[in-house]
Design a protein around this ligand. Structure first.
Ligand code: HEC
Length: 172
């Protein structure tokens, strides 16, 4: 009988803080950040599918306009329309366009370290000129043999060789 009372007291003591922690952790996640993260996940699937599809079906020769170049043209258009910013950033030592595609700020440098150490994403919420944005970097691995046709240094690399870096206004 005594044992049961102890067990009950222990269960109550453990479950109250757990319940409180649950409340705090669900309350801590800003719904605007959650919504924007889901939006970025959708964009990431869309852009990566398009790049792989273009590379697979059309880019049969190194002289052909690359999937990366096509994607960057689309990123520019989306940015001009004020929707969001996306950058293709290279994480290896040899880049085709180092001037444009190397990490350009502290966030992209941190993303590089994190993705190279095996994480699949890196994110932070920033305020720029009074407006909040989600910045999120997602890994780009060597998804197909065709990539090596133009990037000889990708051969045998099984980790992230690049990242798509999104800067998206929080969805209110
Ligand atoms: C036809 C040649 C070609 C193929 C095939 C190709 N790329 Fe590229 N890639 C380029 C060019 C050209 C750029 C630079 C584009 C720019 O900055 O305007 C580039 C840029 C990149 C970058 C940015 C870093 C850098 O080197 O400037 C990454 C990352 C990248 N490509 C990944 C891939 C992946 C992954 C694949 C396979 C799905 C792939 N590429 C296939 C030509 C190619």
């Amino acid at each position: 009988m005594m044992k049961r009372t102890y067990l009950f007291a222990w269960l109550v003591l453990v479950s109250i803080p757990l319940a409180l922690m649950h409340e705090v952790s669900t309350a801590a996640e800003d719904p605007e950040v959650t919504r924007t993260r889901q939006h970025v996940e959708m964009l990431d699937v869309l852009y990566k599918t398009a790049i792989v599809l273009i590379t697979d079906k059309y880019v049969t020769d190194p002289s052909i306009f690359s999937g990366a170049s096509a994607a960057k043209a689309i990123f520019d258009t989306m940015n001009e329309h004020g929707y969001h910013e996306v950058r293709l950033v290279g994480l290896t030592d040899t880049l085709i366009s180092p001037g444009l595609n190397k990490p350009k700020d502290a966030f992209e440098e941190q993303a590089k370290q994190k993705l190279l150490s095996g994480e699949s994403t890196h994110e932070e919420v920033v305020t720029l000129e009074g407006k909040r944005y989600l910045r999120k970097a997602t890994a780009v691995p060597v998804v197909m043999e065709r990539c090596v046709m133009c990037h000889a240094n990708f051969k045998g690399n099984e980790g992230a060789i690049g990242t798509l870096v999104y800067t998206v206004p929080l969805i209110e």
